[in-house]
Design a protein around this ligand. Structure first.
Ligand SMILES: Nc1ncnc2c1ncn2[C@@H]1O[C@H](COP(=O)(O)OP(=O)(O)OP(=O)(O)O)[C@@H](O)[C@H]1O
Ligand SMILES: [K+]
Ligand SMILES: [Mg+2]
Length: 703
């Protein structure tokens, strides 16, 4: 063990910590500036229709400026140039916001990539321990290959343990320094490439080709390579496009009005195209248009900081609206390492007889439960392991559907399993089920332990108690979820009494016991049919169908490959209460988007008051009444509005990246508060900002 400890310490030192970069860290800012220019390609710009309008406006004003240099300008070339430059800044600032958000994700991806080591694996000729192995680079491994991994070896690639038990240091992936046990069968059989075996050995079957491993997928996700617009983002984009079209029509119809009206002809001051473009850009929702993508990317990146990898932005979004959380009992709410702790023989059976039958029925049972029975029988009565192969036995593996396992040997039919399952089996064999055994299983269950009833040839031999422990601190976290309005439901294959005891201890709102994988699936569907958004956390293979059905499906990284494939998030810390943070991050992202949309639309209103009187005062002098800001000159008014419109994007980048503050108060109270802060704030702020810019411009004699 001392050697294992030493290796582990070494590992902890070499593992790369996730980068904790400051908001405007120069490591992020410099590449983001470069990226802002790279993002000027039309294809990239088309992704945000609002910003694309600004982009086109920048190009047109630039052309108008060039025309003015040739002496055919519609206004002074200095004014056109200033407008063009600030419109380009507007586009660049929006690009910069997105690049900053992506840069943070890229830094996280880079730290993950550091974990990818080129490992030489020990490739076995067959699935059996002890057969010869050949060195093979990880990149040449394929699904279905078998590997030997021994103490000190780094596991080359993702796989499933088929033989052996070992302690594994997964700190490089999970950040958790305590070693975990990985063993064949059951829910602790998945191993991840990049982790290191500390003691003993494993035979691992490769489950992913190079480039398709858990780590590879995490890196791709974090880098945002596969980031698609979420349904909510698409809906919001449609709204923004509609607003843009309305303002575009308004602006275009103003053109002939100003050009051909009698007043314009008389005063000789038609509104220029430059001014109309400035007006259009100020009216369309550029603030949210420029920040929308950054908000989404930042949400995923905040998940990553909480050690959760989300496979889609859609999952992050759904997390913000979750109503019901379903949790698996064993391994999620409890530690999940259920150990046999006592034998309770049925009347007329000795404890040793029971232990003997229980042990024999568990010899080929690869689950932690089965193995722990063999261990207890040895401790209590020194019952030695028998070699299954020489016994001519047929083994009946445990399944979550039958909730039984056993063995047929020398004409003896040995079974063990959940009380109700064994009772059915015993009664089907025409035997009676002793009342004393019911008493014992009830007592065991009320303690929160799992009773396993053991039977031989249809006769009940007694009960084995499997002890499990509720994870620490879970009750307070569930109370917090309740305050957020989220209902917690524990689902388990275990019996009602055990379930009730654990449910009470953990403080969940409700539970479903004796659930088969299909029952779990049905429960999720029934909640979804009520229009609720369901989150589920699980770790076992039998949780996979339910995880695939849930809207937000968080797989524990300690769980099986199947569970991780089925989920849309993986919690690297394997902490069931992590959902609390996941929901918070989701809510925060939705709120940030809502708040900035509100702000964006209301902060455009002041610009009418700045630009409309400035643009049309020549044509319609009555409009002077709108000039509540008393801006220095028409040109100064227009420039100030355009400059404010560009700068506000930069000022709001920190908010878009960090997210607005989340508080666990009611949804309507939160909405009221945000409307007040961002709606009213957005209304007032530009009046002050535009006036200040105008004063500065005229003080510096720039307009
Ligand atoms: N190796 C085994 N052999 C026989 N019976 C078992 C074995 N392991 C578990 N059982 C019984 O089957 C029941 C159902 O197991 P299952 O794995 O579906 O659910 P669980 O692990 O108890 O709960 P959860 O769904 O929360 O993980 C257990 O409660 C136990 O009574
Ligand atoms: K705007
Ligand atoms: Mg289970």
């Amino acid at each position: 063990m001392s050697q294992a400890n030493a290796t582990q310490k070494e590992m902890t030192l070499t593992a790369t910590p996730a980068p904790r970069l400051k908001l405007f860290d120069s490591q992020l800012v410099v590449p983001a500036i470069v990226d802002s220019f790279r993002k000027l390609s039309p294809r990239t710009q088309l992704r945000s229709p609002v910003m694309f309008v600004v982009y086109v406006g920048s190009i047109i004003t630039t052309l108008l400026y060039l025309q003015s240099l040739a002496g055919k300008g519609e206004a002074s070339s200095g004014f056109i140039l200033a407008t063009a430059v600030w419109l380009w800044f507007t586009v660049l600032f929006a690009n910069f916001a997105e690049a900053m958000a992506e840069g943070r994700s890229k830094a996280q991806a880079a730290s993950l990539r550091n974990l990818k080591q080129s490992v030489i694996a020990k490739k076995l000729a067959s699935a059996k321990y002890g057969t010869t192995w050949l060195p093979c680079p990880a990149s040449d491994l394929r699904k279905g290959n078998y590997l030997l991994v021994e103490a000190g070896d780094v596991i080359a690639i993702d796989g499933e343990v088929v033989e052996g038990v070992a302690t594994v240091d997964e700190s490089a992936i999970t950040g958790e320094s305590a070693p975990v046990i990985r063993e064949s069968g059951g829910d602790f059989s998945a191993v991840t490439g990049g982790t290191r075996v500390l003691s003993d050995w494993l035979v691992v079957k490769v489950t992913a080709n190079p480039g398709e491993t858990f780590l590879d997928r995490m890196i791709a996700m974090v880098e945002g390579a596969k980031r698609k617009k979420t349904p909510n983002e698409i809906a919001l984009t449609i709204l923004l496009v509609a607003l843009t079209i309305v303002f575009l029509i308004v602006t275009v119809t103003l053109l002939p009005f100003s050009l051909f009206s009698v007043e314009a002809a008389q005063s000789g001051t038609p509104v220029t195209i430059t001014v109309l473009i400035a007006l259009l850009v100020c009216l369309i929702p550029t603030t949210i248009g420029g920040l929308l993508s950054a908000i989404g990317v930042a949400g995923m990146s905040r998940m990553m900081q909480a050690n959760v990898i989300a496979t889609s932005g859609r999952a992050v979004e759904a997390a913000g609206d979750v109503d019901v959380l379903l949790l698996d009992k064993t391994g999620t709410i409890t530690l999940g390492n259920r150990q046999a702790s006592a034998f309770y023989p049925a009347p007329g059976v000795s404890e040793q007889q029971l232990a003997d039958v229980a042990q024999l029925s568990s010899l080929a049972d690869e689950t932690p439960e089965g193995r722990s029975i063999v261990v207890l029988a040895k401790q209590r009565f020194n019952i030695r392991e028998r070699e299954m192969a020489s016994l001519h036995a047929t083994f009946l593996p445990f399944s979550a559907n039958t909730r039984m396992s056993g063995v047929d040997v020398d004409g003896r039919e040995l079974r063990k399993g959940a009380a109700d399952a064994v009772r059915k089996y015993v009664e089907a064999a025409g035997q009676s089920y002793p009342a004393e055994v019911v008493k014992v299983t009830d007592e065991v269950s009320r303690r929160g332990s799992t009773p396993l009833v053991v039977a031989e040839n249809g006769r009940v031999m007694g009960v084995v108690e499997l002890k499990d422990i509720v994870k620490g601190g879970i009750k307070e976290r569930f109370a917090e979820l309740r305050r957020m309005g989220i209902k917690t439901v524990m689902i388990t294959g275990d019996n009602k009494l055990t379930a009730a005891a654990i449910a009470a201890e953990a403080g969940v709102d409700d539970f479903l016991a004796e659930a088969t994988p299909e029952d779990k699936l049905k429960l999720i569907r029934s909640y979804q049919a009520e229009g609720r958004l369901v989150a589920m956390t699980g770790d076992g293979t039998n949780d996979a169908p339910a995880l695939a059905q849930a809207d937000v499906a968080v797989a524990m990284s300690s769980g099986t490959q199947a569970a991780k494939e089925a989920g849309n998030m993986v919690d690297l810390d394997s902490n069931p209460t992590k959902l609390l943070e996941i929901v918070e991050i989701g809510k925060q992202m939705l709120m940030t988007r809502g708040s900035l949309t509100t702000f964006s639309i209301s902060n455009d209103i002041a610009k009418y008051f700045a630009i409309i009187p400035a643009a049309f005062v020549g044509t319609y002098p009555q409009l002077k009444a709108l000039d509540v800001m008393q801006l220095a000159s028409p040109n100064s008014a227009i420039m100030s509005a355009v400059i404010f419109n560009a700068l506000i994007i930069v000022f709001l980048i920190p908010l878009a990246l960090k997210g607005v503050q989340y508080r666990a108060i009611g949804a309507s109270a939160l909405l009221r508060r945000n409307l007040l802060v961002y709606g009213v704030g957005g209304l007032i702020l530009p009046f002050i900002g535009i006036k200040l810019i105008d004063m500065l411009l005229s003080a510096l004699n720039l307009v």
